[in-house]
Write a protein that binds this ligand. Structure first.
Ligand code: ARG
Length: 603
């Protein structure tokens, strides 16, 4: 809990961390036998101060176990008296149960806010920079990406953005399903349908229909020859026959092009690279050999199984026909990530249905000795199902799976209608209107997903996500454009605001609503650290929403520009309030970047 000393004078610690450090000193002063025992939380009710220290109660319990009885209120009083001199705390209040309520000093808050503004919302300091792999999106080739992959794409991209923001070295990998027996029937069908495929690139327009055609033939008892040839194609592909590889590459490319279109529309980072099952194919043999030699495999009905502690079912590492499985492939994957990529932190963003599988792979890798959990961390980051408005599996009206491209198209139509309903098409140029339409459509699809706790199933509803009230993308995008417009319309140039900022060591935040907004703004770093811990992006969404609500409270009563009621002439410009607007939009902007949402300046 102690602040780790950093060499850098620029280190940015959160208020929470600073308070923890202060209370820590108090605890060890009063109770030298105690090592670490500090618990600081944010308060929800402003009457109880800005933060609360709950340590006195914990100490009271601890002392009781040692046979000493001291009242929590008395312990709290001792702690407060032992707090070292500091520049953060304005006052403390001890409540009868023993909580210590902490009120922050105005000077401290303004100083922090000024730093935030001057440094253009820097990230908080983290103890150590890691090499992190984020496995996300990961669709299967030939089958179209579905809404589950959409969730993985949105959540994974945002987690990777967050990790990158705080300074980690992030490798974004899409573990595509691009290898396996389904390619046999696809290649066989390709050979029949486009006999010239080796010289002319086949015009497969719609890979999903192509997959379905191949599957129908494969399952058709009247086409036994096709099935046989499909099996043969698998063998040839596995032995890397050049013609088979060529056919395979063509199919993978078509699928990849389709997926890239979805990424482009959603502005998914182009650092996301495909590194799927085929990449690890050649490593699987060696993995099996290593497992065998280590005595980790058991032969059962011709299969090679690995029994992993605490796992209900064993892993099938080699099938009875000698083939490998999804388990084998993920074992090769984790070994490569830990030992060749040497990542410190390996994150899997996959639907919760695969938790058992990945947890088993992680445990198995530990058992085999591929890593030491105190040095490298593997983490499954799961999410729930996407449901339709009827709370059943998300499907089209006719009961077929929803195509992502069609879903995104519908988003655009709905968002355009929403903007038209508000007559935005009248005030905006064509380009501005289209930019707003795209921002709303894609922003709301992402935000609706990110703003819910990812663990729960989530109901996909365009009606709900396009609401312009409450914690929605539409509300926030509007709030953002309004805030941007305040300084734009004030007539005060950005340069003159900057000059004022540089010349003013302490912004005069004397109005309670100014102070409240400033406190919310400097909480940004704490929120980032806590989301980093949980990887629950809804924490960040809640924060942006609260920030925009606190901003509204401020803006309702604090004028930035005062005008004469009769003449309309400007009588006073409050530059520090304009700076509060700037800080708010800058922090919102940062949050939007992490969440993958593109704001517009006019809407
Ligand atoms: N392609 C898989 C699917 O669609 C997800 C892969 C996730 N990553 C992994 N390393 N298994 O179900």
């Amino acid at each position: 809990l102690r602040i780790r000393e950093s060499k850098s004078a620029d280190a940015i610690y959160t208020t929470q961390k600073r308070l923890e450090a202060l209370f820590h000193v108090a605890v060890v002063t009063v109770y030298p036998m105690i090592e670490e025992f500090v618990n600081i939380v944010n308060t929800c009710d402003p009457r109880h101060g800005d933060y609360q220290c709950n340590t006195a109660m914990q100490l009271c319990q601890w002392l009781k176990k040692q046979g000493k009885s001291e009242k929590a209120v008395d312990i709290a009083a001792l702690l407060v008296a032992a707090l070292p001199p500091n520049d953060l705390i304005e006052s403390t209040k001890i409540n009868p149960i023993g909580f210590v309520n902490v009120f922050l000093r105005n000077d401290y808050v303004t100083e922090r806010l000024t730093t935030l503004l001057r440094k253009n919302v820097p990230p908080p300091t983290i103890p150590k920079k890691f090499k992190v792999i984020v496995d996300y999106s990961s669709p299967n080739i030939a089958k179209e990406m579905h809404v589950g992959h959409l969730r993985s794409t949105i959540i994974g991209d945002s987690i990777a953005n967050l990790l990158e923001f705080v300074g980690h070295d992030v490798l974004r990998l899409s573990h595509i399903g691009d290898w396996g027996t389904q390619f046999g029937m696809l290649i066989a069908h390709l050979q029949d349908k486009f006999p010239n495929y080796l010289s002319v690139s086949p015009p497969i327009g719609d890979l999903q229909s192509f997959y379905r055609e191949a599957k129908v033939r494969f399952d058709d008892p009247n086409e036994p020859e096709f099935k046989k040839r499909a099996y043969n194609c698998v063998v040839e592909l596995q032995s890397r026959n050049p013609d088979s590889i060529k056919a395979w590459t063509m199919i993978v490319d078509v699928s990849d092009r389709e997926n890239k279109q979805v990424y482009k529309r959603l502005k998914i980072s182009d650092k996301l690279q495909n590194r799927g099952e085929s990449f690890y194919d050649e490593m699987m043999k060696d993995v099996v050999k290593q497992l065998d030699e280590g005595g980790h495999l058991k032969l059962e009905d011709g299969r090679k199984l690995m029994f992993v502690p605490d796992c209900p079912i064993p892993m099938t590492v080699v099938k009875s026909d000698g083939g490998f499985t999804y388990d084998t492939s993920d074992m090769a994957t984790i070994r490569h990530r830990l030992q060749v990529e040497k990542c410190d932190w390996n994150i899997y963003v996959i639907d919760s249905g695969q938790k058992g599988h990945i947890d088993m792979v992680i445990k198995a890798a530990e058992v085999v000795g591929w890593y030491n959990p105190s040095e490298q961390k593997n983490q499954f980051v799961g999410f729930g199902l996407v449901l339709g408005e009827d709370s059943k599996k998300f499907k089209t009206r006719s009961g077929t799976t929803i195509r992502l491209s069609e879903l995104l198209d519908e988003g655009l139509t709905r968002s355009a209608a929403k903007l038209q309903e508000k007559n935005r098409d009248k005030d905006l140029s064509k380009e501005e209107f289209e930019a707003a339409r795209d921002a709303v459509a894609y922003g709301c699809i992402k935000y609706a997903d990110l703003s819910k706790n990812r663990i729960s199933d989530y109901i996909f509803s365009f009606d709900k996500m396009l609401e312009d009230r409450g914690n929605t993308a539409v509300y926030l995008l509007y709030a953002y454009t309004r805030i941007r417009a305040i300084t734009r319309n004030s007539g005060v140039s950005a340069e003159s605001l900057q000059e004022y900022l540089q010349a003013t060591p302490r912004l005069p935040l004397d109005h309670p609503k100014e102070f409240k907004l400033a406190k919310k703004l400097i909480q940004f770093h704490e929120v980032i650290l806590s989301v980093l811990e949980s990887l629950l992006m809804n924490g960040l969404c809640d924060y942006v929403y609260e920030l925009s609500c606190v901003f509204t409270e401020f803006y309702d009563v604090c004028y930035c520009i005062e005008k004469d009621r009769k003449t309309g002439e400007i009588v006073r410009i409050h530059k520090h309030r304009l700076l509060l607007c700037e800080a708010t939009s800058a922090v919102m902007d940062r949050c939007f970047k992490i969440l993958g949402i593109t704001p517009v300046s006019k809407m």
